[in-house]
Design a protein around this ligand. Structure first.
Ligand SMILES: *Cc1c(COP(=O)(O)O)cnc(C)c1O
Length: 412
């Protein structure tokens, strides 16, 4: 390879974020390049889970809702996430799943733009985003519909009939990045609203929702935010809309006075009306603690390291990619890319299985993409180098042709 391993070792020595790696539990012999799908366990999160289980649930029982502030968690966790995505305090809650929050935000957008039938999205979007949009359009009835165009065609497709543009900033397959400020401005010019999915952005790069003037946003808690499997998701509503929305999921947690137990629904003021029912407190507590680490660092440093890691990996793989039928699926320009690098290979599934067999964990996205996520809090430059070397070795020895790497499991 064109880059020497010693250079990577030197970059790690000078890395201002290096100290964060020890905060995570990372198994020996594993290079974990899948933190964009499921972030690893922080030691502080393990301790918090022990405490919530034993001292709070175990001992305080139902008193913990007040004594340990369980009831406030969606908002306190929401505020921590807001600080990371430029959402502003009081404009974000952590609750439910990304899919459910997409339902809430799309329903809100259609309410606010009654004469406009179209939800506009792109064909690089994550399937659940498109499926939920189809469901919301169907439930809204009449001529409401989802329109899907190519990512480069979105800006040109924002016509008068578009109620809301729904995009994921970072494409989950290729890592391609949409220009948030530009597309939001274009949507507003046409009288449409803008909904951003930040699942692959939050905790991966700087985001400024208020600066971009976004109307709505959603995102995941279990990817770069390290909240744990099935961690609650988040949603953002710009303050200009919060009190105008009548939530279709009008559950008691979004009621003005949940413990009045009234028979009629009156939505709470502000973002709280976007809550629905009782939340998974163990998971919310885990996410709450996982988020504390972000106040210790500057996200622009994180982004800088993410780019350097990705550039190192691309340069190393470029040295042998052509020989083995690998082509870069991510943009070459780091500004146009998130915190992942993806390659296409005709036998991608088996290649990734062979890598996982060597302790290099990335993932495969159909039909032919192998994906490597670079989470700068715990990935070292030397990990990027070693992952590239392992990929070279798999391809050079044709290890992926081994039948054991070709059997498909349910989760890829
Ligand atoms: C990961 C991801 C989701 C996941 O949604 P869930 O409801 O948590 O299963 C949705 N959208 C995007 C863009 C994602 O990357």
């Amino acid at each position: 390879m064109t880059i020497r391993r010693d250079d990577a070792v030197r970059m790690d020595r000078d890395d201002p974020l290096a100290r964060f790696r020890a905060r995570f539990r990372l198994p020996d012999g594993v290079i974990y390049l899948d933190g964009n799908s499921l972030g690893p366990l922080l030691h502080t999160v393990r301790d918090r889970l022990d405490k919530v289980r034993d001292a709070e649930w175990g001992e305080a029982l139902i008193r913990a809702w007040n004594a340990h502030h369980w009831f406030d968690l969606p908002k306190t966790v929401g505020d921590k996430i807001a600080a990371l995505i430029g959402g502003g305090s009081g404009n974000v809650v952590a609750a439910d799943t990304t899919s459910v929050n997409l339902f809430k935000m799309l329903s809100a957008a259609l309410q606010l733009r009654p004469g406009r039938p179209v939800i506009l999205s792109d064909n690089g979007n994550f399937p659940t985003d498109l499926y939920i949009a189809e469901g919301v359009a169907g439930a809204a009835g009449s001529d409401r519909r989802l329109q899907i165009v190519a990512p480069e065609e979105v800006a040109g497709a924002i016509a008068d009939e578009v109620a809301v543009v729904m995009l994921t900033e970072i494409d989950y397959r290729s890592g391609r990045r949409h220009d948030m400020g530009e597309i939001t401005a274009r949507a507003h010019e046409a009288g449409a609203l803008m909904l951003w999915d930040l699942s692959h952005s939050a905790g991966a790069l700087p985001v400024d929702l208020l600066g971009a003037d976004a109307d709505f946003a959603v995102g995941c808690g279990y990817k770069y935010l390290n909240g744990g499997p099935g961690a609650p998701a988040f949603l953002f509503v710009h303050p200009r809309h919060q009190d105008k929305i009548r939530p279709p999921l009008s559950g008691w947690w979004g009621h003005e006075a949940p413990f009045a137990f009234d028979t009629d629904y009156r939505p709470a003021d502000g973002i709280a009306r976007q809550l629905c029912g009782t939340q998974p407190i163990l998971s919310l507590a885990a996410l709450d603690t996982a988020l504390d680490l972000w106040s210790e660092l500057d996200i622009t440093d994180l982004r800088e390291k993410s780019i350097r890691l990705s550039e190192l990996f691309i340069a190393a793989v470029d040295g042998f990619a052509g020989e083995f039928g690998l082509t870069l699926a991510s943009p070459r320009d780091p500004d146009a890319r998130g915190s992942q690098v993806s390659w296409r290979h005709a036998d991608g599934y088996a290649v990734m299985q062979a890598l996982i067999g060597r302790g290099v964990i990335g993932d495969f996205r159909a039909p032919d993409i192998i994906r490597f996520g670079f989470a700068p809090l715990y990935i070292r430059y030397v990990d990027a180098w070693d992952a590239a070397a392992a990929l070279n070795e798999v391809l050079a020895t044709k290890a992926h042709l081994n039948p054991e790497y070709r059997r498909r499991a349910a989760v890829t």
